[in-house]
Design a protein around this ligand. Sequence first.
Ligand SMILES: Cc1ncc(COP(=O)(O)O)c(C=O)c1O
Length: 445
Amino acid sequence: METGTAATARRNDLEALWMPFTANRHFKANPRLLTDAAGMYFTSHDGRRILDGIAGLWCVNAGHTHPKIAAAIAAQARTLDYAPPFQMGHPLAFEYAARLTEILPDGLDHVFFANSGSEAVDTALKIALAYHQVRGEGRRTRLIGRERGYHGVGFGGISVGGIANNRKAFGLGLPGVDHLPHTHDLAHNAFSRGQPAWGAHLADELERLLALHGAETIAAVIVEPVAGSTGVLIPPKGYLERLRALCDQHGILLIFDEVITGFGRLGAAFAAEYFGVRPDLLTCAKGMTNGAVPMGGVAVRREIYDAFMQGPEIAIELFHGYTYSGHPLAAAAALATLDVYRDEGLFERAAALAPYWQEAVHSLNGVPHVIDVRNLGLVAGIELAPIPGQPTRRAFDVFLACYEQGVLIRTTGDIIALSPPLIIDKPEIDRLIDTIASALKGGAR
Ligand SMILES: Cc1ncc(COP(=O)(O)O)c(C=O)c1O
């Protein structure tokens, strides 16, 4: 690393970096830099320990800098740094794909690798469209997403996604996309514990879209089983089952975007297992490598893979892939991460902690400005009444106040979204929730 005054000055100059999904000017005036991490804690540039209430960004499920994952990455970097994934392969990518299928829902037994959730989503949408085409159903070109859905930031993802700010500056998006209504309704579901009782009928809105466009023109429906980035929306009881039944009835593929629900977040390997609803395609990323190396993937049913395996044997079956699909460092990290999840029983741990978590987060009911609390597994959303005329300000103030107290939370709009590493213990849960409560009672206007 460079040393000396010029190097230090350069390092302290925050200007050159255009930060993602960040209020750049506010941040650069009040920087919050994280320099180290271990287990449940970050260390900040000013030397404070910060309790991680959000697993980095829904990804560090086994806690930070896990020694086994770090060792696997380091060893791999010395052995095979890179191998081209087109017309070539390396053993770890195959091994990881096979291992992953062991914990995927039954029948999802082929995996395509990408490098992020956004790439996984675009890959899944492309596979869905191409699948219908190879089977001679090329009229199925429409995609159905859902209002308030978040599927990353690629053009496919923002088109099927339903978060207005992520779409409106970026042109027209994919043609032929429509959206189901979201399932959020405080009048019916405020302060639900676990899955809300009201709202399964909203899945039937799919029938309206099928009537409008013609069911035979729809390729796929994509939803997050639990919507995360929009501020945690838990699916009403029976909702996902109804979507599944309607897709089956009309030959439409159902895609679950499990980028945040995968790898134990709900106390099961995947949300599909938790809810007992099997999608045709399933996207994942984040917890795949415990956040340590970028990686994403799409799992598909055998019939989907098989449909492509036809024609001359030397023909490429799918014209899609990334330079870093199944990158050796990512595959090594992912294999070590699976071992850690298994050896430390982290999915079971999340399931066992979920009732305590539920009680803890619902203790915020009655705290000033809290208009809803919702939870499932080790996820919670805490919705706040906005400051009149200043949307997002209330939650952002709470975020800043918590950070001052050494606790990292995440906010989206006026909603606090919590998703701690699955290694969190009960006193840390208490501290997380107490810090939010005192921020709301004290500082928040
Ligand atoms: C459900 C879902 N899909 C896709 C993504 C995009 O993932 P990435 O930021 O890795 O591209 C996210 C990220 O939060 C997500 O929550």
